[in-house]
Design a binder for this molecule. Structure first.
Ligand SMILES: [Zn+2]
Length: 114
């Protein structure tokens, strides 16, 4: 896993987030690129929710990724939720909700040799 430093909190801290920095709000240009690259989505299931707004998503095809979002995932994508991740354009979709995320780390699928 990466030792990526956690990104800056939302600004302003006393109101709703208005930041389009990575991992905060989905910008309309980001949404456009997500629509233009549908082959970039990978299906997964949310596993553990970690401290400070992280979640581990287990890809159905194998491997896992740890992501962060400024609001966390407890409401939009709690543990056990089917989601899909678009790593190239930093997005997680859960139902109709699309969240901007930062990939903090990833692990490849384990290969078992018989
Ligand atoms: Zn924010």
């Amino acid at each position: 896993m990466s030792t990526f430093p956690f990104p800056a909190p939302c600004t302003p801290a006393d109101g709703p987030c208005r930041s389009y920095r990575p991992r905060h709000l989905v910008h309309m240009i980001q949404a456009k690129y997500l629509r233009l690259t549908p082959d970039g989505w990978r299906d997964g299931i949310v596993g553990e929710l970690g401290p400070r707004g992280t979640a581990v998503v287990h890809y159905l095809a194998g491997g896992r990724v740890t992501v962060w979002n400024h609001h966390g995932f407890a409401v939009a994508a709690p543990a056990g939720s089917p989601v899909r991740i678009h790593e190239r354009y930093h997005a997680l979709q859960s139902g109709r909700a699309v969240l901007c995320v930062q990939v903090l780390g990833r692990a490849a699928a384990q290969v078992t040799v018989p």
